[in-house]
Design a protein around this ligand. Structure first.
Ligand code: ADP
Length: 470
């Protein structure tokens, strides 16, 4: 189903529900208004009938003709006003009967020759007619109240049913939209984020509404094309690096040979020029090695040679080499007393460490100390390299592991191809570990490598991983 269809159906459902609620409200308010008016009319009629009864009693007792006439006109006026509150044919006929009975009583009362028994009979009839009028209105008021209460019950039931339906439909819609729309969008966005931070093997699940499914498909096509392009790029650069390897080796050998020449070693200026050439050649050599590794990783040709070794010893040896190569630089090591046996590719793990310590030295001032810490934590060993250097902006933290990614204005001054961390992450991943980085611009960075300690039967697992280097 497409997003447009989902939206159209949701809007249609909401409209039907809104129309139903509006219709029910109109119906209920009209009915309740009718009941209230009827009750009001009945109450008014009862009041008029009762006042008329009192008038009738007063008329009988009064002897002054003037007062009797005034009572007569009041009573007839009340009966006339009562017609405005008549709501049924039965009430109308009872009201007319009462008016007729009252008129008949007044006729005989006005005639002084009327015998008193006839007078009393007419009075009684008029009173009884007014009593019937009051009774019929009481019954009507009661019936209106009962009817109001029935409508009220109906309104309650409709309200509860509508609330229940809205809750049910909204809940169902939420669950459905979450599963069918939001989850695919989230998956797609996670895939994009992971791809953006360098995981070029990630692909989006092609599911959900048509538009999102289409986006997932397009993303996957783009990811495949980019991965293919990058592989081709790295393969090309790998080829170039391979061709450059021989001249660089010759250059290195020549520099070494020249260094041993007494004419050169005795001359201060020649020694300094030679040292500079040597530094540049080894820097070029490192870039070429990184390029070759990156291209081997991309083409799945990098192989692990697993062996058991003491990681703490390896770290110590490597730090000693760095201290020799970087005189004046403080490199501290914190390690546990005990050996830390690891089943891994020794050369590659050394490469990881050398890269991290090399970067710490490259991206911090010469006087700033570097700290290397080694720690066993459960089934893992954790290796941290901390520097007090330039740091990395937050936005770049995830991206520095991408090939050719270099950050900040220092890159022009510092040699490098932007491939070291890409290779490092792949090596760590293939050992079943992970690498994390924390950094503050201007204060320094800490790279932490987590490696599982493989012992005994884990060997087969490690070997299996080695065959899946990419
Ligand atoms: P490079 O050959 O450029 O050093 P890397 O892949 O090793 O390549 O590092 C990628 C980028 O990450 C570097 O160019 C640098 O901008 C940044 N970076 C790596 N390590 C550090 C560090 N310790 N301090 C600051 N920035 C670093």
């Amino acid at each position: 189903m497409s997003l447009r269809r989902i939206a159209a159906l949701s809007i249609l459902g909401a409209t039907v529900l809104a129309l139903f609620i509006a219709g029910s409200l109109i119906l209920l308010t009209t009915a309740i208004h009718r009941m209230t008016s009827r009750t009001g009319a009945a109450v008014e009629s009862i009041r008029l009938a009762e006042e008329a009864e009192i008038d009738l009693l007063l008329h009988e007792r009064s002897v002054t003709p003037l007062i009797r006439r005034s009572i007569e006109s009041d009573l007839l006026g009340r009966l006339a006003r009562g017609r405005a509150y008549v709501t049924t044919a039965e009430e109308s006929s009872v009201l007319e009967d009462s008016a007729a009975a009252v008129e008949a009583y007044f006729d005989v009362a006005r005639d002084p020759s009327t015998p008193s028994e006839e007078n009393a009979r007419r009075h009684q009839e008029a009173y009884a007619a007014l009593e019937r009028l009051a009774t019929i209105n009481v019954a009507q008021a009661r019936e209106s109240l009962e009817s109001s209460s029935r409508w009220n019950d109906l309104a309650d039931r409709i309200g509860i049913a509508v609330a229940g339906t809205v809750l049910l439909v909204a809940g169902g819609l939420f669950v459905w939209v979450r599963g069918r729309v939001f989850e695919p969008i989230l998956e797609l966005s996670t895939a994009m984020e992971r791809f953006g931070s360098g995981d070029h093997d990630v692909r989006a699940a092609e599911r959900g509404p048509i538009e999102i499914l289409e986006m997932g498909r397009r993303f996957n096509e783009m990811a495949v094309a980019i991965a293919r392009q990058r592989r081709a790029q790295l393969a090309f650069l790998g080829g170039v690096a391979h061709d450059l390897r021989n001249p660089i080796s010759v250059l290195r050998a020549s520099v070494a040979l020249l260094g041993r020449d007494p004419n050169v070693s005795s001359d201060e200026r020649s020694r300094s020029v030679l040292a500079r050439i040597e530094r540049q050649v080894s820097s070029m050599n490192r870039m070429i090695e990184d390029l070759l590794d990156a291209s081997r990783i991309e083409s799945g040709e990098l192989e692990l040679r697993l062996e058991r070794f003491d990681l703490a010893e390896l770290v110590e040896e490597l730090i000693a080499t760095f201290r020799d190569a970087l005189p004046g630089r403080t490199i501290d090591l914190r390690r546990p007393e005990a050996a830390m046996t690891l089943l891994a590719d020794r050369v590659r793990i050394e490469q990881v460490l050398a890269n991290l310590i090399g970067n710490a030295a490259k991206y911090s001032p010469p006087a700033a100390p570097i700290e290397v810490a080694l720690e066993a934590r459960g089934d893992e060993v954790v290796l941290r390299v901390t520097d007090q250097g330039v740091g990395i902006p937050d936005a770049e933290l995830a991206r520095i592991f991408e090939p050719f990614r270099r950050v900040g204005r220092h890159q022009a001054e510092v040699p490098g191809a932007g491939l070291g961390l890409f290779v490092v992450r792949r090596i760590v991943a293939v050992h079943g570990g992970r690498i994390e980085v924390e950094s503050t611009v201007g204060r320094g960075s800490t790279f932490s490598v987590f490696l599982p300690r493989r012992v005994g039967s884990d060997e087969s697992l490690a070997l299996d991983r080695a065959s899946r280097i990419r």
